[in-house]
Design a protein around this ligand. Structure first.
Ligand code: NAD
Length: 286
């Protein structure tokens, strides 16, 4: 089976490599020639463009930064892909863009699914991503073996766009927890309480979370190497706020977290890890 992989960045590159390891023929394309060369070195084949990459593919995967890139690439996939092709867009984008892709694809007999991921670069490298999939259940079943080479938690969550809505929910929860852990650290330190001891207790109680487990020590030490960049989380909070507006619901805490992330970016921290929300809370407090 031949898989075309478009977008070989931080996430796409190790994901494509895992597909090669799983025995698939992988043809890759990225606007960066360096990224294509990296795939070739890992046993894949390079293509000169999207049309060439998808021409003989049974499955196409895109892993692109944001909606505008998917809006540019998806029509080329649909125009040059074979009828019956499975097209998995694994980028984090707006749910309405995913629904548009699904409609355009269906009109040409292409089976499109939105399949954003959670688990970061580590999860992409280890093949342990969580994958939330929107689209037709039969198409999901057909795509399941390929997704199995990329992740361990793979769930069909609803119709086209539903995967992106779940990812938006994931990102607003993650952003909110980072903001509150940052406030807890500031409170503990300002009160003369050792934050290491304090957060150790929180991590073992009802306030426990994966973020406290994995990130509390680096946050207390003010180590903010990414990880997941503030810039990308800013994009995702925009998606969450837009999805809420489209659904006709008010999410006041989400709106506030979106502003904290925007402040982190405005203060010049866009390329730091999203745990750098702590810097914004510290700045509020002099
Ligand atoms: P990235 O910027 O490292 O990779 C994107 C790649 O797409 C780049 O190599 C870029 O050159 C390429 N690209 C851009 N436009 C293109 C085009 N028109 N044609 C072909 N290639 C093109 O980003 P990433 O961190 O790999 O993230 C990709 C997606 O996954 C984003 O939507 C992000 O929000 C999401 N995501 C990232 C993480 C993470 O921890 N990095 C975790 C979960 C989800």
């Amino acid at each position: 089976m031949t898989i075309a992989f478009i977008g070989l960045g931080i996430m796409g590159s190790p994901m494509a490599a895992n597909l090669v390891k799983a025995g698939y023929d992988v043809v890759g394309y990225d606007v960066s020639a360096e990224r294509v060369a990296e795939l070739e070195a890992r046993g894949g084949k390079g293509a000169a463009g999207v049309a060439e990459a998808v021409a003989d593919a049974d499955v196409v995967i895109t892993m692109l930064p944001d909606s505008p890139q998917v809006e540019e690439v998806a029509p080329v996939v649909v125009a040059h892909g074979a009828s019956g092709l499975i097209y998995l867009d694994m980028s984090t984008i707006r749910p309405d863009t995913s629904r548009w892709v699904a409609r355009e694809a269906a009109a040409k007999g292409v089976r499109a699914l939105d399949a954003p991921v959670s688990g970061g670069e580590r999860g992409a490298v280890d093949g342990t991503l969580s994958i939330m999939v929107g689209g037709d259940p039969e198409d999901f079943a057909a795509a399941r073996p390929v997704l199995g080479a990329l992740g361990t938690t793979i769930v069909h969550v609803g119709p086209p766009g539903a995967g992106q809505t779940v990812k938006a929910a994931n990102q607003l929860v993650v952003g909110g927890i980072y903001g509150l852990v940052a406030e807890a650290i500031v409170l503990l330190e300002a009160s003369g309480v050792d934050p290491v001891a304090g957060l150790d207790v929180l991590a073992g109680g009802l306030a426990g979370s994966r973020i406290l487990d994995i990130k509390r020590h680096t946050m207390i030490k003010r180590e903010f190497a990414p990880g997941f960049r503030i810039d990308l989380h800013h994009k995702d909070m925009g998606i969450a706020v837009a999805a809420a507006r489209e659904a006709g619901v008010a999410l006041p805490l989400t709106a506030q977290v979106a502003q904290l992330v925007a402040a982190a970016r405005a203060q010049g921290h866009g390329s730091l890890d999203h745990s750098a929300l702590l810097k914004v809370v510290e700045r509020f407090n002099g």
